[in-house]
Design a binder for this molecule. Structure first.
Ligand code: TXA
Ligand code: MG
Length: 352
């Protein structure tokens, strides 16, 4: 166990000195967790093969699952990517800095341990002021997966990072709760037609306006686990975002869903289990069970996205063994919400 320092940085009032220890640690190949606009990241020097190995160790992550390289200016892209197609330039112009990751053929300076042995590299230019300043002050490109233990829900506040990674990394920068709450949208520009590998805050609808030919990778839209699909993003083949409890998505018209969930919870409770419900503002009052968490309003999917992972962690804290959730629309931001829920549930859906 190492001693993990937690340092608070207020993004509206930052000084260079606030970053000097974190920047030095990164230059030394050590690990620093930091806030981004999507989720917290577990950062290390992306061009240092040893730092990348430390990231896999700290997360308990399989080392064939590649890392995203975070940059803070457009010149960095030329150094990392061997080829930037025109679509990539247009998407960067439209959405960077911001919650979009793009995959390009990589240059040799990016070590294999950062890309999990692939000849492509994932690059993201985050908009969070603390993340950008950390990259600038350290002078390194920061490889960062989400700052959670492998398989657990991503972290959206420093407390979650402390829970999962304290004693395993050198420093945690506490920049408060993040804004978006779901990981970045990933678009593959390394071969063929531009394809969405992971839906996120930058939606299909938004991307299509810039690159009309964009498609979803077939693995994104599937509603059941299919081991035959070779995932283009290696991370998509692992069970992800999962709370400790057993999660089921209940789909159907609202009154039937509420009825089915109330009945399922009652049955579990009568059998001596702890069961809980992930509800929305609209349905909160309709559940008769003891443990009900409100994830936000259906009329504001951004609020649902920003609370989702924190609520799943709260079920864990309460020792909930069976969790039931309503389903969400499959367009716009609902696509990303459902993608995370399906993975967290291991694709378990109850249709009523
Ligand atoms: O919002 C985010 O993207 C956050 C913050 C910290 O930036 N990061 C994040 O990283 O979510 P991570 O490691 O949890 O997810 C990265 C995903 C994985 O599914 C990985 O397989 C995929 O990106 N990926 C990374 N490099 C890739 C590559 N070269 N080709 C295909 N997929 C790649
Ligand atoms: Mg992750």
């Amino acid at each position: 166990m190492m001693n993990t320092r937690v340092v608070k940085i207020d993004s509206s009032n930052m000084k260079s000195e606030d970053f000097s220890d974190a920047a030095r640690l990164l230059r030394e190949g050590k690990l620093v967790a930091f806030p981004t606009e999507t989720v917290y990241g577990l950062g290390g020097n992306a061009l240092d093969a040893t730092a990348a190995k430390r990231i896999y160790e700290a997360k308990g992550r399989p080392s064939d699952n590649p890392l995203i390289v975070h940059i803070a200016d457009m010149n960095a892209l030329k150094l990392l990517a061997r080829e930037v197609p025109d679509e990539g330039r247009r998407l960067a112009e439209a959405f960077w800095p911001g919650p979009l990751t793009m995959i390009f053929k990589k240059n040799p300076i990016v070590p294999d341990s950062t890309t999990g042995g692939l000849d492509t590299v994932a690059v993201r230019f985050p908009s969070h002021p603390v993340a950008r300043r950390l990259i600038k002050e350290s002078g390194v490109f920061i490889a960062a997966p989400s700052a959670n233990k492998s398989g657990r829900p991503s972290t959206t506040e420093a407390g979650h990072v402390i829970e999962d990674l304290s004693g395993r990394i050198d420093m945690i920068i506490d920049g408060g709760a993040v804004e978006i709450g779901l990981e970045s949208t990933i678009v593959d520009l390394s071969s063929g037609v531009p394809a969405i590998l992971r839906p996120g805050y930058i939606t299909f609808e938004m991307l299509s306006k810039i690159v009309p030919e964009i498609v979803y990778d077939s693995a994104v839209l599937k509603r059941e686990p299919d081991n035959k699909i070779v995932a283009r993003a290696p991370g998509m083949k692992y069970r992800h975002y999962a709370p400790k409890g057993d999660l089921t998505i209940v789909e159907g018209c609202q009154s039937q869903v509420v009825k089915a969930i109330n009945a399922a919870v009652k049955e579990k409770e009568e059998a001596g289990h702890i069961a809980g419900v992930l509800a929305t503002d609209e349905t909160l009052a309709l559940y008769t069970c003891r443990i009900v968490e409100d994830v936000g309003s259906r009329n504001d999917e951004a609020s649902v996205a920003s609370h989702l992972f924190a609520r799943l962690r709260e079920f864990d804290e309460k020792g909930v063994e069976y969790i039931y959730t309503e389903s969400f629309s499959d367009d716009n931001l609902g696509q990303a919400i459902m993608n995370r829920l399906l993975k967290a549930a291991g694709y378990k859906i109850l249709r009523v």
